[in-house]
Design a protein around this ligand. Structure first.
Ligand SMILES: C[S@@+](CC[C@H](N)C(=O)[O-])C[C@H]1O[C@@H](n2cnc3c(N)ncnc32)[C@H](O)[C@@H]1O
Length: 232
């Protein structure tokens, strides 16, 4: 699949950037922090390593990473939405000013190959115009043996209680609350983005095809979220 123009996605995330963190906390009851923390506990980034956070948005994952490593140097956050990055810059200014924020497409970062020990992507892969191009780019910029963790919603094929729960949660909780903030259209996109999004073994297959040597998928949050763990 070729990357397609992702201008409308960029525009959408620019529109929601000022309310993104508040809504994220409301929609997940703050639990997204625990899931991100869990991802870090599994990957165990260590002091001195070089990490990149792809689709970093307003930067909370990058900052959690800096807190985990007790160092904000050698961390790069990448996002295509400049307004989301402005929020990230502002919130990192005092204690995490060494984090570098780069406004570029995650499908074509222009970063040199083989340079990161680790890579994170939280709720980003689903939004990319091409999952395989995104995974190839992630693999390219990681050192051999570098590790990656990709956190996102799970998608469900056919009928399941978990799938039904997700549909009800998105349609009757997320969208109405977002609508109250004037962002109903933007947040109804989540359901749409999950229609084509692969989960579990399909994500593993895509990652191996993109060049990763090892791939494993873990369900978390009572099966509503998934973590793809990779080794380049
Ligand atoms: C749902 S937000 C996730 C933000 C953050 N990682 C988090 O966990 O809260 C998805 C982010 O992916 C970014 N994004 C989407 N497509 C992108 C692309 N092609 N290149 C870089 N960033 C992209 C959006 O701008 C947005 O900030």
């Amino acid at each position: 699949m070729k990357p397609v123009k992702s201008g409308s996605i960029e525009e959408m995330f620019n529109t929601i950037s000022s309310k993104y963190d508040l809504l994220n906390d409301m929609f997940s009851f703050g639990l997204h922090r625990l899931w991100k923390r869990k991802l870090l506990n599994i990957l165990n980034p260590t002091y001195g390593e070089k990490w990149v956070d792809l689709c970093c948005g307003t930067g909370d994952m990058s900052i959690l990473l800096a807190q985990y490593m007790k160092c904000s140097e050698n961390i790069i956050g990448i996002d295509s939405a400049s307004k989301a990055l402005s929020v990230a810059k502002k919130r990192s200014k005092k204690k995490y000013s060494s984090i570098e924020w780069i406004n570029v497409d995650a499908l074509k970062t222009n970063l040199p190959s083989n340079q990161f020990d680790g890579l994170l992507m939280a709720y980003g892969l689903r939004n990319l115009a091409s999952y395989d191009f995104g995974l190839k780019e992630a693999c390219r910029i990681l050192k051999t043996g570098g590790r990656a963790g990709i956190l996102d919603f799970r998608s469900f094929d056919g009928y399941s209680i978990q799938g039904l729960f997700q549909k009800i949660y998105l349609s009757f909780y997320v969208v109405p609350i977002a609508s109250f903030f004037g962002l109903g259209k933007e947040y109804s996109y989540i359901k749409k983005s999950l229609e084509q999004f692969p989960s579990g073994s399909k994500q593993i297959h895509l990652a191996l095809m993109a060049g990763f040597k090892k791939a494993e998928y873990k369900k978390i949050a009572m099966g509503q979220m998934g973590i793809l763990l990779l080794e380049a």
